[in-house]
Design a protein around this ligand. Structure first.
Ligand code: FAD
Ligand code: NDP
Length: 426
């Protein structure tokens, strides 16, 4: 049993949705394109799961956040795919790939063949078991990667109004879920191994700004330690978590956000890998010329840094998807992907954006007891990264533009004095 398509997108997440839209803009014919996804729903904007989806009121629910609403594009509902003759094969896991034969074998036993494959398999959440802790399959322990996970967090919150949540991990999931839990009137304790939150991006000074805000909302931070075990009752529910420093924290629910691993398994030994992802060139093309990789799973050259990166953010997924489709459909007109890394988050009423790279020396600016703060990273005499909390649209555009220009910086003191004004006048 088998079907054949010109283009197959493997994975039905953010990158898949944006790739599908780009294919239709560039004139794909009915029946030429297929998306295969393990998820039972059409591609959606994953960022909504830790934000609007968890709100106590006016909750975001599908179909409202199908791609590509996140980038002010069309909203691609299942009807849209049908109207455009795009085959959606949902709730279907691909269990093996044969890149020589150009075939994918699904868990339902179907062989789907392609001329061109876009790998958009994203990533999976790391499990506590991978760190030697058992019990994370308990009903009130939640991870967050897909809709099913988000529903589980939502149900867990509903089942313990005013209860205690332990949030494991101080990264993006930890920070955004902690904020959502607080908004739902759950008591939150965050536990993570580093000295401060968002250690991969924030400086200690920026981190302490957010931690102070979270503390003012009632969040407790336990830093420099990790979970060692769960106390589980006879119903299979976690009642407390034990930390390596010896403390015991009563828990009605646990949310775990301890990082991800890209889903490269189907292609290991068949495609070149790099930085944990599928290595691609500036056209998002892998070591096999019929296979492209986009989104979280792709390690692509970032011109601005002169090296390859694998980014785990939605803007990169959207733009790499569009670029790959352009490179496939109009190869002679499409140059190398020239991407400025962009990360953002929204928690409570706060909102920040970051562009570029967080290496080198840091200059902070703004009022750290107020609403607008920022920072620049300067490496080898050039401005390479910019962060801003509480900016306007124009201010965010200015820091993005400035970072892309990579201006020479001679005097860090002067940059600090000018603060946001520097970006606004470059
Ligand atoms: P995904 O969106 O993860 O999609 C991968 C798809 O592939 C899934 O549908 C999966 O089921 C499918 N798949 C995988 N393997 C198989 C297989 N073998 N067979 C069939 N299907 C398969 N980034 C930001 O910049 N800002 C944010 O605010 C933000 N918020 C986030 C909030 C949450 C809760 C999460 C989890 C992530 C967030 N991100 C955010 C990150 C962003 O969502 C990802 O970078 C983006 O989703 C990556 O897109 P992708 O298409 O590469 O992967
Ligand atoms: P992150 O990599 O952001 O953070 C993981 C955190 O968990 C780090 O603080 C890490 O510390 C810590 N950690 C690692 N191991 C343990 C452990 N055993 N016990 C306790 N803490 C541990 O990953 P997340 O899980 O938060 O996010 C998952 C993905 O979702 C990422 O790709 C992220 O980009 C994406 N996402 C993005 C958002 C955004 O851009 N706004 C919002 C939500 C999710 P260490 O650094 O020492 O390993």
């Amino acid at each position: 049993m088998g079907r054949a398509f010109t283009y197959v997108i493997l994975g039905g997440g953010v990158a898949a949705g944006y790739a599908a839209l780009e294919f239709t803009k560039r004139g794909v014919s009915q029946g030429e394109l297929c998306i295969i996804s393990e998820e039972p729903v059409a591609p959606y904007e994953r960022p909504a799961l830790s934000k609007g989806f968890l709100l106590p009121e006016a909750r975001a629910r599908l179909p409202s956040f199908h791609t590509c609403v996140g980038d002010n594009e069309e909203r691609l509902t299942p009807k849209w795919y049908k109207e455009h003759g795009i085959e959606l094969v949902l709730g279907t896991r691909v269990k093996s790939a044969d890149v020589r034969r150009k075939t994918l074998l699904t868990a339902t036993g179907e062989t789907i063949s392609y001329k061109i494959l876009l790998v958009a398999t994203g990533a999976r959440a790391l499990k506590l078991e991978e760190f030697g802790v058992t019990g994370s399959d308990a009903e009130n322990v939640c991870y967050l990667r897909d809709l099913a996970d988000a529903n589980r967090i939502f149900d867990a919150m509903q089942s313990c109004p005013g209860g205690n949540a332990i949030v494991i991990g101080g990264g993006y999931i930890g920070m955004e879920c902690a904020a959502s839990l607080v908004i739902n009137k759950i008591n939150v304790t965050m536990v993570f191994p580093e000295a401060h939150c968002m250690a991969r991006l924030f400086t200690p000074k920026i981190a302490s700004y957010y931690e102070d805000y979270y503390k003012s909302k009632g969040v407790t931070f336990i830093k420099g330690t990790v979970l060692s075990s769960f106390d589980i009752d006879s119903d299979g529910k976690v009642t407390a978590v034990n930390l390596r420093d010896g403390s015991l924290l009563p828990a009605d629910m646990v949310v775990v956000g301890i990082g991800i691993r890209p889903n490269t398994g189907l292609f290991e030994g068949q495609l070149n890998l790099e930085k944990g992802g599928i290595k691609v060139n500036g056209k998002l093309q892998s070591s096999n010329s019929s296979i492209y990789a986009i989104g979280d799973v792709a390690a692509f050259p970032v011109k601005l840094f002169g090296e390859s990166r694998r980014l785990e953010h939605v803007d990169s997924a959207r733009r790499s998807a569009r670029h790959a489709v352009a490179a496939i459909m109009e190869p002679e007109k499409t140059g190398e992907f020239d991407y400025l890394p962009f990360f953002y988050s929204r928690v409570f009423t706060m909102s920040w954006q970051f562009y570029g790279d967080n290496v080198g020396e840091v200059v902070h600016y703004g009022d750290f007891s107020g609403n607008t703060i920022g920072a620049y990273w300067v490496s080898k005499g050039y401005l390479v990264g910019s962060f801003l909390e509480g900016g306007t649209k124009e201010e965010y555009e200015a820091i993005a533009k400035t970072t892309r220009l990579k201006p020479a910086i001679e005097d860090l003191g002067e940059l600090e004095r000018q603060g946001l004004g520097f970006a606004l006048t470059v």
